[in-house]
Design a protein around this ligand. Sequence first.
Ligand SMILES: Nc1ncnc2c1ncn2[C@@H]1O[C@H](COP(=O)(O)OP(=O)(O)OP(=O)(O)O)[C@@H](O)[C@H]1O
Ligand SMILES: [Mg+2]
Length: 229
Amino acid sequence: MIELRNISKSLGKNKILRDISFSVKKADKLVILGPSGSGKTTVLRLIAGLEILDQGQIFFDKKNMNNVVPAKRGVSMVFQDLALWPHMSVWENLAFCLNKQNKTKITEMLSAVGLEDKAKAYPQQLSGGEKQRLALARSLIFNPKILLLDEPLSSIDPLLKDNLIKLILDLQKKMWITMIYVTHDQAEAAQIAQQVILLHQGKIEQKGSLIEIRNNPNNLFVKKFMGVK
Ligand SMILES: Nc1ncnc2c1ncn2[C@@H]1O[C@H](COP(=O)(O)OP(=O)(O)OP(=O)(O)O)[C@@H](O)[C@H]1O
Ligand SMILES: [Mg+2]
């Protein structure tokens, strides 16, 4: 289980997150929804340990993570810009994540994301969707307990998007992963998870299912963002 308790974070002079609290059960899923600049990426970076908290606590399975380095957290993150290694082939991008070469595992992962024919290609030779599948494969190859996805399908056409969402949900279930999925797209959120957190200017405006939020918006911002008339 992941639990954030009263998290606050400033970057420079800006207060980026204010008093954020939420939890996700083991092997469950949560969507963080919110407009650009609301602090979604910052929440993920704090969970991954890539930023240090100003206030509050993060727990994984009741263990306080505040002083645990990123590599020891069992967290994998797909970054908004994917951050693939451009000088490495598809195969090498995956192999580099493993301590020991494990051909079977790499082959299995490539086939899980449908990239078995692209093992020798370099990232710049891949389409947008293929790059996103590679980023996903790379994030899953070391069996993370927690998967953080930062708008992983933002540049994908609708048809492929549906396929990739199915793939993500399938792998998350099979591998028993706790997943937090960031998006600003309600339709995508609805496909991913029941539980949603709506962020705005670094604060949680509302928590619940999309239907609950739409039917009972807490305030005018929520109403507008959700497009409730
Ligand atoms: N290193 C930094 N220094 C100062 N401010 C920052 C820094 N990084 C992010 N910010 C600010 O923090 C706020 C939240 O940024 P964040 O990237 O978490 O938002 P986001 O919800 O992921 O946005 P987007 O949907 O555009 O990716 C923004 O106003 C941003 O300008
Ligand atoms: Mg972001």
